[in-house]
Design a protein around this ligand. Structure first.
Ligand SMILES: Cc1ncc(COP(=O)(O)O)c(C=O)c1O
Length: 360
């Protein structure tokens, strides 16, 4: 584990000048979704939202085909990650299974909150309650983790099954589905995880701001497993949140997310996103970059720049309005994570990189 617990490294907006070509976030590069953005603009910010979010939880519950009592809303996925970790720790001795090669908030929350962390289940006896994070699809690789979730739930001796909790972070699940087929319905794209074998036993974490290209709007939700769990349940999780944890904008985003109009944008932009991805793969490969294969709209790439020159290269790009996600914090020094962008943006990246290479 190389990362300091307090450090939080992210792509996207930073304290520097505006970014013109942002390859560094995984948000929908063709966003924002106009229907969802309009719903957010119309949100009533003059009063508190319902502190129990009843209507919203009913809509999300109906969307996922579950009772509203199984839905817990939060200020964001990041907030829910911290709340789930606190909730798990609050129930007694607990251990967290994650590593620094996936989304960093799981590890940061665990370390800052003082929970023991390991990358392998074998680090603890089988009767130790373990909370396992499963980022599916993974960030930064885009790899599908169905097998990991399934093994976690079914591959253990029965004694430990009731102690371990698996949380599937599905932040990028809708991209997985919209990029794989033109024929999808809203339901299949944004809730289809329920039909897989393991889905009803995991805690599902959904964060729709990414797929709608509206990451500045904060709001996310959990779908709790059908089988009640004594450690993490709706009552305890709700009691650990401050009142009105989700603001009016977030409520509007989540309400709009379940509408067909919101999905129409995803369906209509999918062919362009796929074409961008294909062209970007071709252009970067031709320019000497090496990808780690990903079916998602983001992927890891090894650029044609020596690792020791990369800090200067990142700074050079950033000065020119281009930002990439350096993946050193994911324990992958020398690599970057890139979202698929328009051919013109990719050309800018290639040209700036070639110029930098020539100047060194
Ligand atoms: C896998 C994953 N989960 C959760 C989050 C956090 O989402 P939110 O914007 O809802 O805090 C991110 C953000 O990058 C992410 O990559």
């Amino acid at each position: 584990m190389t990362r300091s617990p307090a450090a939080s490294v992210h792509g996207g907006t930073d304290s520097g000048p505006p970014i013109r070509f942002d390859f560094s976030t995984n948000a929908h590069p063709l966003g924002p979704n106009p229907f969802v953005r309009e719903a957010v603009f119309r949100a009533d910010r003059t009063r508190y939202p319902d502190p129990h979010y009843r209507r919203l939880r009913c809509s999300l519950g109906a969307f996922h085909g579950v009772d509203a009592d199984r839905i817990v809303v939060g200020a964001s996925a990041s907030e829910l990650i911290w709340r789930l970790t606190r909730c798990f720790i609050a129930t007694g001795a607990a251990a967290i299974l994650t590593d620094d090669r996936t989304f960093g908030e799981y590890l940061r929350a665990a370390k800052v909150l003082g929970a023991p962390v390991a990358a392998e289940r074998s680090a603890w006896p089988l009767d130790t309650p373990v909370l396992r994070w499963c980022c599916n699809p993974d960030n930064p690789t885009g790899a599908f983790q169905d097998q990991v979730c399934e093994t976690a739930l079914t591959g253990m001796p029965s004694a430990s099954v009731s102690h371990d909790l698996v949380i599937a972070d599905l932040a990028y699940w809708p991209f997985r589905t919209i990029l794989s087929s033109d024929e999808l319905s809203l339901d299949e794209a944004c809730t289809a995880v329920l039909r897989t074998q393991w889905a009803d036993a995991v805690i599902q974490l959904w964060s729709p701001n990414k797929v709608h290209g509206l990451t500045g709007v904060r709001g996310a939700y959990l779908v709790l497993p059908a089988k009640p769990n004594s450690r993490i349940n709706a009552e305890t999780l709700t009691s650990l949140a401050p009142s009105w944890v989700l603001g009016a904008d977030g409520v509007a985003l989540l309400q709009a997310h379940v509408c067909q109009d919101a999905f129409d944008f995803l369906r209509d932009t999918a062919p362009t996103l796929r074409a961008w991805k294909k062209e970007q793969d071709r252009r970067l490969s031709a320019a000497g970059w090496h990808p780690e294969s990903s079916s998602l709209h983001y992927a890891l790439w090894r650029p044609p720049i020596e690792p020791d020159l990369q800090p200067r290269w990142h700074a050079h790009l950033r000065e020119s309005g281009v930002k990439l996600r350096d993946t050193t914090s994911f324990d992958r020094p020398g690599w970057v994570r890139l979202v698929s962008r328009a051919p013109h943006d990719v050309e800018t990246l290639v040209t700036l990189t070639e110029r930098f290479g020539e100047s060194t």
